[in-house]
Design a protein. Structure first.
Length: 399
């Protein structure tokens, strides 16, 4: 039995019998959130409400739809009760609920205010994720180039997003304007972050974002902190941090994490110390993480050392916490970017018009995050489960 089937069996009244997903479902919370998005379309000829089209797109994505064409095909296959629950209008001539065509879906996602769509869905997901994890939020920040999407200026579309590490839920996303890069968009992403200023949060960033201005932007909120990696793009800072942690290598690691899988043993050894003498905004601690990989015979395959710095004080972030947070940072690659490429074939998509690339990415992020909110990490398996019976999508869409 798959994880999705187990979840459905647990909610079934009779063991072994699949429940009626629509009978007691209440989608009003999610639909009300989608209704906050302004509809840019003219009223003439408009057959579907915007929230309905977006909800259908989310259901289609939960069923594994890739792009506009597949979303339209999935929409045609939705049951009448599900369409009515999502807000479909009745077609009196054909005696059935109306569903959006490929053209409607394309026009909506290409013409929508994608930034607002990201804010609304990200805020809804963050609110429900906070119910799962009410401690400090660890948020991974990273960018993704959409290799199949090009702008009129012949630039590839790049999206910059933030994901809650533990749950793998994307809560914010902005598009990088043509002719700029991710570094310039940190203020925009932080401004779009649906996290209250009083909520403790730790933002993990890779070396490209180890910038003085970025550190200052994050620390403008007293409860927000950073964990950054230091590489050769900041040679003076890299040298200073290396000199600071070098004596620590004579000691036993302050924390060790291991993972024995796929025929290899991976070991993360961490050392941490104060940041006295390090010239960087509000830095309190620096550390080093040595990543060793061994084969089954115990022979070392590779060794890599990462230098890091953080604004969190000693006692507030221990070596174990630093080690775990740094390792989990790359979950944004595995839990968001990789899934969008493998499940939804995002890099092979040729969507480029208007807000289309970001609009589709928003729908994919929402579908992935809805699945993860239910504690399920096998995304492809979950979409296949929904594809077999699209009423099952309601299981993920209920708060």
């Amino acid at each position: 039995m798959t994880s999705c089937q187990s979840a459905s069996a647990q909610s079934s009244r009779n063991p072994g019998e699949e429940p009626d997903y629509l009978s007691d479902a209440d989608l009003s919370d999610l639909l009300n959130a989608l209704r906050k998005i302004f509809d840019r379309r003219g009223k003439n000829g408009r057959q579907h409400e915007l929230a309905f089209v977006l909800a259908v797109c989310v259901v289609a994505a939960l069923a594994g739809a890739k792009g506009f064409s597949e979303m339209a095909r999935k929409a045609r296959g939705l049951s009448r009760p599900l369409l009515m629950m999502l807000g479909a209008k009745w077609d009196w001539f054909k005696s059935r609920p109306k569903y959006p065509s490929k053209g409607t879906i394309r026009r909506v996602l290409c013409g929508i205010d994608a930034s607002l769509l990201d804010r609304i869905t990200g805020g809804w997901l963050a609110e429900h994720a906070a119910k799962v994890d009410d401690d400090e939020l660890a948020v991974a920040v990273d960018g993704k180039v959409l290799r199949g999407a090009w702008t009129d200026e012949n630039d590839q579309v790049t999206l910059f997003s933030a994901m809650i590490q533990r749950e793998g839920i994307t809560i914010a996303q902005v598009r990088v304007p043509d002719g700029t890069n991710e570094i310039t968009q940190v203020p925009a992403l932080l401004e779009a972050m649906p996290i209250p200023a009083q909520m403790p949060a730790l933002f993990t960033l890779d070396a490209a974002h180890t910038q003085r201005e970025t550190a200052k932007e994050i620390r403008e909120m007293p409860e927000w902190h950073y964990l950054m990696e230091v590489k050769g793009n900041q040679p003076k800072l890299q040298r200073a941090v290396f000199d600071k942690v070098l004596p620590l290598f004579k000691e036993a690691p302050h924390d060790i994490m291991e993972d024995d899988s796929h025929g290899r043993l991976k070991r993360w050894s961490c050392w941490i110390t104060d940041a006295e003498g390090i010239d960087f905004p509000e830095v309190c601690q620096v550390g080093a993480i040595r990543r060793d990989v061994f084969d089954r015979s115990g022979d070392r395959i590779s060794k890599e050392i990462a230098l890091v710095l953080t604004s969190k004080k000693a006692g507030k972030l221990t070596a174990a916490g630093l080690n775990r947070r740094k390792r989990d940072h790359w979950g944004i690659e595995n839990k968001e970017h990789y899934v969008r490429d493998t499940v939804f074939r995002e890099d092979l998509g040729q969507t480029w018009s208007g807000e289309g690339p970001q609009g589709l990415a928003s729908i994919y992020n929402a579908a992935i995050s809805l699945i993860r909110l239910k504690g399920i990490n096998k995304i492809k398996e979950a979409t296949e489960w929904v594809a077999d019976n699209r009423d099952r999508a309601v299981y993920f869409m209920t708060a």
